[in-house]
Write a protein that binds this ligand. Structure first.
Ligand code: HEM
Length: 425
């Protein structure tokens, strides 16, 4: 019998872990029935998650017809073109796209962004401090976790600063359900994003900058990325890079605000401790709850009496794999010390995926968090939550996970009523 699953349920969005734990106990994969009536298989164990992500029988190519442009709509056409990116491909197409992209995303180029990230963070913290002084409270998602990754992706893409607000607005709109905004707003944003990136590629060809995207446009050995691939790549970087990192910053800040002792240890412990905090936040509050959907190209026997038929939709739930008790002791507890390299050496978390599609921006995401979190807590050591953690709204859905709002204030380190339990935060 498939298990019912309603990803729009606010309680599930806030704390999906007990549900996933039940599925994990049932076997290597469980069949669920989503609220819209469709069926899917969820993989929740750590070992099985990694096996599935490395197995070519699980394809990343969306089924024919999904997200395809309707011939009569410019917005749908734009959307279809932007969706032709490497996360939606399998080998050998994926291998070629990935090779060319990795060549531009060198560690040196990513590390060179550190001073810019520091300056952008300092600017946001100036404004946050001012707002807290003026209003008494502020939303940490709106003032810090959301704008920083958008600004950093702006650096990666070499987008002029004046255009970043518009990019932020369009990205927000295309990530929202069409009925949540005024009619036509989502379609309009697809077209604007498409037109903007087409223009950007032309600009980079004429006048390349120091940014990573210029390197992708310019470093074109024989058979490099064509304009269509560059367009989709710009979109993928924007989409893969901002909401994930936003959730990491927001969830890590929430964990530290609800575990003030850990915040204090990190502030005293320096860089090594902050690295451990970031790794543990990635494990404990995986910003990408599930990977993108996979589809079986043939029947797959996962053992334990579970055979997934051909053509089935499969979701690898990273948030669940990262709390597998067979791999992580006290999986629901936030314990950065497990990544401090002491006698307890935890397994690497799976928050950046595994196999051929392993996150291309992992180094950059870690860098952003390792710069921004210490700056936040050094500048505002008395930062405190201004709402009970159990009442914070979470984004619905199975793809990304993180608090949508994080009201904070300055004040003594007392927790508001309803302190988050380890599993809920
Ligand atoms: C905390 C932040 C981030 C997390 C948790 C994260 C996580 C992931 C995961 C799990 C995947 C694999 C998805 C799948 O297999 O379906 C992925 C892929 C990818 N990520 Fe990230 N990501 C983050 C930040 C970034 C950033 C900052 C960038 C770019 C600057 C980026 C670029 C990409 C790209 C291009 C892919 C596709 C790789 C491929 O298909 O080969 N990510 N990410």
């Amino acid at each position: 019998m498939p298990q019912p699953l309603n990803p729009a349920d606010p309680d599930f969005a806030r704390n999906p872990y007990p549900y996933y734990a039940r599925l994990r106990a049932q076997g290597p994969a469980a069949r669920v029935e989503l609220a819209n009536g469709s069926h899917a298989w969820l993989v929740t164990g750590y070992r099985q998650a990694r096996e599935v992500l490395a197995d070519p029988r699980f394809s990343n190519v969306p089924p024919r017809g999904a997200g395809r442009p309707k011939p009569d709509s410019a917005a749908q056409r734009a959307r279809g073109l932007l969706a032709r990116h490497m996360l939606n491909t399998d080998a050998p197409d994926h291998t070629r796209l990935r090779r060319l992209t990795v060549a531009a995303f060198t560690p040196r180029r990513m590390d060179a962004l550190r001073p810019r990230i520091e300056r952008l963070t300092a600017g946001l913290l100036d404004r946050l401090t001012g707002r807290l002084a003026q209003d008494g409270t502020a939303d940490l998602v709106d003032a810090f976790a959301f704008p920083l990754p958008v600004l950093v992706i702006g650096e990666v893409l070499g987008v002029p600063e004046a255009d970043r607000d518009a990019l932020r607005e369009w990205t927000y709109r295309v990530g929202s359900p069409a009925d949540a905004l005024e009619p036509g707003a989502v379609d309009d944003a697809w077209q604007r994003l498409h037109a903007y990136f087409a223009g950007l590629i032309g600009d980079k060809r004429r006048a390349p900058g120091e940014d990573l995207f210029s390197a992708l446009v310019q470093d074109v050995p024989e058979g490099g990325l064509d304009d269509g691939e560059l367009l989709a790549m710009a979109f993928l970087l924007l989409f893969a890079g901002y909401e994930t990192t936003m959730n990491l910053l927001a969830s890590a800040a929430l964990l530290l605000l609800t575990h003030p002792g850990q915040a204090e240890l990190a502030r005293r412990g320096g860089d090594g401790h902050w690295t451990a905090v970031v790794e543990e936040a990635l494990r404990h509050a995986s910003p990408l709850e599930g990977t993108t959907w996979r589809r079986t190209v043939e029947p797959v026997d996962l053992g334990g009496g579970v055979e997934i038929p051909a053509g089935a939709s499969v979701l690898v739930v990273l948030a669940a794999a990262n709390r597998d008790p067979e791999w992580f002791t006290e999986p629901d507890a936030f314990r950065p010390e497990r990544y401090l390299g002491g006698p307890e050496k935890a397994a690497p978390h799976a928050a950046f995926g595994h196999g051929p599609h392993f996150c291309l921006g992992a180094r950059l995401a870690r860098l952003e968090a390792a710069v921004a979190l210490p700056m936040l807590f050094d500048r505002l050591p008395d930062l405190a939550l201004a709402a009970p953690p159990r009442q914070l709204p979470y984004r619905p859905g199975l793809l990304v996970r993180g608090p949508r709002r994080l009201p904070v204030r300055r004040g003594p380190l007392t927790l508001p009523q309803g302190r988050a339990t380890a599993s809920a935060s």
